[in-house]
Design a protein around this ligand. Structure first.
Ligand code: FPP
Length: 262
């Protein structure tokens, strides 16, 4: 069924098709927070006989298009998985390339993102990133801190298990220092100690590239998120694919474990 639907959608490719689909979006029921696992860069490049790095570079173009669309639509938060705590296992050349690409992206895009009122934020163990990446991120976050439009939330050196572990450590420390009581620990308190504190949980998770995994992404926050999976590789991911994902999201019945009153 899923393949049948995505097959159908994949026939829509022209700007007219995009406009038609865009018109059919219900602007009153857009997801507040979209999370994306930007997967498939390496395979996309290898299938074309190119080095994996060119897949990552092509992935930046997809990111650019999707940020632009989310900003136009008035989406509140877009969280993009750019580098996981497990990605350090990759060859050092690929890791270095990704870190340099991040710096290049932030330098090249900052003025335009700032002009579009986008606020850049980052989640993950940021202190473990190379100094150049940290500085570029700090500068981008500081420059855009006062913006009120789309929050572009970059997950960097991010791992869902590490995030929960870090939250548990912070809470345990506060219990030890008698700042809070064990009885105060509830879901709200835990959420407030995650890297995503203050942000709503994602309504929609998009994973391109044909893999059906969470890959240690937002483990706590995705509890009731709607998933949209696609075979399209991230470098081929276009605005029309996100519009399809949002349309699919709008057709879902979200029950959060309860029942819908008929
Ligand atoms: C996963 O694809 C992708 C990554 C580990 C990197 C994502 C980075 C980008 C999209 C570049 C743009 C981001 C910024 C912030 C500059 P993969 O390499 O695992 O692909 P594969 O599964 O086909 O090997």
């Amino acid at each position: 069924m899923f393949k049948k639907i995505t097959g159908l959608f994949n026939r829509y490719q022209s700007p007219e098709d995009e406009n038609r689909l865009l018109q059919s979006l219900d602007r009153t029921r857009l997801p507040h927070h979209i999370a994306i696992i930007m997967d498939g860069n390496g395979r996309w490049a290898q299938r074309r006989g190119m080095p994996r790095s060119l897949g990552h570079r092509a992935g930046v173009e997809s990111l650019r298009n999707i940020v632009q669309l989310c900003s136009e639509l008035g989406i509140q938060v877009l969280t993009c998985y750019a580098f996981s705590t497990e990605n350090w296992k990759r060859p050092v050349e690929e890791v270095n390339f990704l870190m340099n690409l991040l710096v290049e992206y932030l330098h090249k895009e900052l003025d335009e993102l700032h002009g579009k009122n986008v606020r850049i934020n980052a989640i993950g163990r940021l202190s473990e990133l190379p100094q150049g990446a940290r500085e570029a991120l700090e500068n981008a976050c500081r420059t855009t801190a006062g913006n009120s439009g789309l929050i572009l939330n970059l997950a960097l050196n991010y791992g869902g298990r590490k995030e929960i572990t870090d939250a548990v450590i912070k809470i345990a420390q506060q219990v030890k220092e008698n700042k809070i009581d064990v009885k105060d620990i509830d879901e709200k308190l835990i959420s407030e100690h995650l890297y995503t504190a203050g942000l709503p949980d994602p309504d929609l998770l998009v994973r391109p590239s044909g893999d059906y995994r969470i890959s240690n992404f937002l483990l706590w926050q995705l509890a009731y998120t709607e998933f949209w999976l696609s075979d399209v590789m991230w470098p081929d991911f276009r605005r029309i694919h996100l519009i399809q994902a949002i349309l699919a999201y709008q057709s879902r019945e979200r029950r959060f474990g309860g029942l819908i009153k008929k």
